[in-house]
Design a protein around this ligand. Structure first.
Ligand SMILES: C[S@@+](CC[C@H](N)C(=O)[O-])C[C@H]1O[C@@H](n2cnc3c(N)ncnc32)[C@H](O)[C@@H]1O
Length: 211
């Protein structure tokens, strides 16, 4: 999955991954991270997810990044928020008080540009990436955030039955990626109603990752 794949998805508005309401695994399990009010939460590969607004409504500030400038613009338009835009190296930074979104490549973001964060919320970020890139993604995420705790939502299904994205990231892969950094706890496992795209059985898993 290269940049052009995702930019084209946004260009033609083929964004079936976008949920119109806050993700129910987020709303059920985020409190388990026990963050202080006002904490800053990082949402990698954020698209224009409504989860950003839910987190803000809980009193957190949010910082996200997505390759697609269109996604970032649509988030601010749809939420009726005006932002101040600045160039930040290879990234563009859209700032609006308790929400800061970067347009650009996650791998171009550094810890200083990101700033301190207390937690990570990963929904449809890790599972959007093909296996060869996942090691690099996980290592960069840990380095950027100094191993901030995470709520991670993954998907499991028979990869032979269906090609990604989204990719299946089985329990063994989550352990292989994060065991050296975090203690992992499977908070919830549930069937995806109707299976993945109606084609094969699938389960969603909410993981809590604590340093
Ligand atoms: C499956 S979507 C999930 C979006 C969002 N997390 C959600 O739940 O709606 C994956 C997103 O990752 C973005 N993306 C893919 N590769 C990226 C990269 N290297 N840097 C930043 N964003 C990337 C895509 O543009 C896309 O919006």
């Amino acid at each position: 999955m290269d940049r052009d794949f995702w930019l084209e998805k946004w260009r033609i508005n083929q964004i079936g991954f976008h949920e119109g309401t806050p993700n129910s695994l987020l709303t059920a399990h985020f409190a388990a991270l026990r963050l202080k009010p006002g904490s800053r939460v990082f949402v990698p590969l954020c698209g224009k997810t409504r989860d950003l607004s839910w987190l803000r409504a809980q009193g957190f500030s949010v910082v996200g990044i997505d390759l697609s400038r269109k996604a970032i613009e649509q988030f601010f338009d749809e939420e009726n928020i005006s932002s101040v835009i600045a160039q930040c190296g290879r990234l563009e930074r859209f700032d609006a008080g308790t929400v800061t979104l970067f347009a650009g490549d996650f791998f171009d973001l550094d810890a200083e540009t990101l700033g301190p964060v207390a937690a990570i919320y990963d929904r449809a970020a890790l599972i959007a990436l093909p296996p060869p890139i996942r090691d690099r993604y996980a290592a960069h995420l840990v380095a950027l955030t100094h191993a901030a705790p995470q709520l991670l939502v993954t998907l499991e299904y028979g990869q032979a039955l269906q090609s990604g994205p989204p990719f299946s990231v089985p329990e063994s892969d989550v352990h292989a990626l994060y065991d050296t950094t975090y203690r992992l706890h499977e908070a919830k496992r549930r069937d995806v109603p109707g299976g993945l795209k109606g084609r094969c059985p699938a389960q969603e898993v909410a993981w809590l990752l604590a340093p």
